[in-house]
Design a protein around this ligand. Structure first.
Ligand SMILES: Nc1ncnc2c1ncn2[C@@H]1O[C@H](COP(=O)(O)OP(=O)(O)OP(=O)(O)O)[C@@H](O)[C@H]1O
Length: 276
C-alpha cells in the first residue's frame, strides 16, 4: 500500500453461506485507490466484482456474507465498522450509484426531496431553504435541464438518463472522497450511457473525487478509467494502467473479454481508447 492511498484493500475475501457450506465469491483481492483516481473493476457475470463493491460499502449484511482481509479507507479499517458508523460514512465520505435508478429512488417522493434527504440526514443543521437551494444546485450540476421545475417531479416523470443523474446528484451531494458505481449505465441507451459516464468523469475531476467503476463492459472502463483490475472467479487475474491492459492484455481471460466486445476491431484498440 502506498502512503497516499485513499482506499487500500488487502486480501479481501467474501464468503456467502449456502446449504453446502460457505461459498467464496471473492478470494484474496488486493488493490488501492489514490485520491481523485478512477479505477475500473471488470469481469464477467459471477466473477465477484459486485461482491467487492458491496464489501466496500458495508452492504453485505443482508446476504449474511463473511468478510476477511483488510479494507482501509482514510486511515480507518472498514471491516469492523458498526452499522451505525456505516450509516454515518455512507453517502458522506463514500457514496454509491447502482445500475437501476428506479430501484434506488423512492417512487412516491419528489426527486428534490430525495436529494434533500441526504442533507437532512447528514447535515441536520441545514435549513429547509438551504437544502432546497443546494438540491437545485446539484440538479443543475448534473445537467438536468429546467431543474427548477423538475426538482418537484416524481421519478417516473423523468427519463432513465435523468433518473440516473438524480441518483448521481444525491451521491455527490456531500462531496464524497470516493464514489463506487456498479454498472451505472448498463440499463441506459448507448448515447445516454456515454453522457452519464462523462458526467461522472467530469464530477470526479472537478471535486477530486476518486471512483471505482464496476462493470462487465471493457469499453466503459476503457473510456473513463485510469487503472483497471480484471476479475475472474473471485480473484484478480490482471491489473494495470487501462491503456496497457486493453492494448496488451497478458491474461487469456482479458483477451477473451476484449474479443467478446461488439465493437472489437472497430477502433478501440491500441491507444485509441477515447478519454472524451
Ligand atoms: N447474496 C448472495 N448469496 C449467495 N451467493 C452470492 C450472493 N451474491 C453473489 N453470490 C455469488 O457470488 C459469486 C460472485 O457474484 P457477484 O455478484 O459478486 O459477481 P459479479 O461479477 O458482480 O456478477 P454480476 O455482474 O452477475 O452481478 C457468484 O457465484 C454469485 O452466485
Amino acid at each position: 500500500m502506498t502512503a497516499s492511498a485513499l482506499l487500500s484493500v488487502r486480501d479481501l475475501t467474501v464468503d456467502y453461506p449456502s446449504r453446502h457450506g460457505p461459498v467464496r465469491a471473492v478470494n484474496g483481492v488486493s488493490f488501492s485507490v489514490a485520491p481523485g483516481s478512477v479505477l475500473g473493476v471488470v469481469g464477467e457475470s459471477g466473477s465477484g466484482k459486485s461482491s467487492v463493491g458491496y464489501a466496500l460499502m458495508g452492504l453485505t449484511d443482508a446476504s449474511r456474507a463473511t468478510l476477511g482481509g483488510a479494507v482501509t479507507f482514510e486511515g480507518r479499517n472498514l471491516l469492523g465498522l458498526s452499522n451505525r458508523d456505516w450509516r454515518k460514512l455512507r453517502g458522506n465520505r463514500i457514496a454509491m450509484v447502482f445500475q437501476d435508478a428506479m430501484a434506488t429512488l423512492n417512487p412516491v417522493m419528489r426527486v428534490g426531496d430525495q436529494i434533500g434527504e441526504v442533507f437532512r440526514f447528514h447535515r441536520p443543521d441545514m435549513s429547509r431553504k438551504a437544502i432546497r437551494a443546494a438540491s437545485l444546485d446539484l440538479l443543475e450540476r448534473v445537467g438536468i435541464q429546467e431543474a427548477s421545475r423538475r426538482i418537484d417531479a416524481y421519478p417516473h416523470q423523468l427519463s432513465g438518463g435523468m433518473r440516473q443523474r438524480v441518483v448521481i446528484a444525491a451521491a455527490i451531494a456531500l462531496k464524497p472522497a470516493l464514489l463506487i458505481a456498479d454498472e451505472p449505465t448498463t440499463a441506459l441507451d448507448v448515447t445516454v450511457q456515454a453522457q452519464i459516464l462523462h458526467l461522472m468523469q467530469e464530477l470526479s475531476r472537478e471535486q477530486g473525487m476518486a471512483m471505482i467503476l464496476v462493470s462487465h463492459d471493457l469499453d466503459v472502463v476503457g473510456d473513463v478509467c485510469e487503472d483497471v483490475v480484471v476479475m475472474k472467479d473471485g480473484v484478480i487475474v490482471e491489473a494495470g494502467h487501462v491503456d496497457d491492459v486493453l492494448s496488451r492484455p497478458r491474461h487469456a481471460y482479458t483477451l477473451q473479454l476484449l474479443n467478446a466486445r461488439p465493437s472489437f476491431g472497430a477502433g478501440h484498440m491500441h491507444g485509441e481508447v477515447s478519454h472524451g
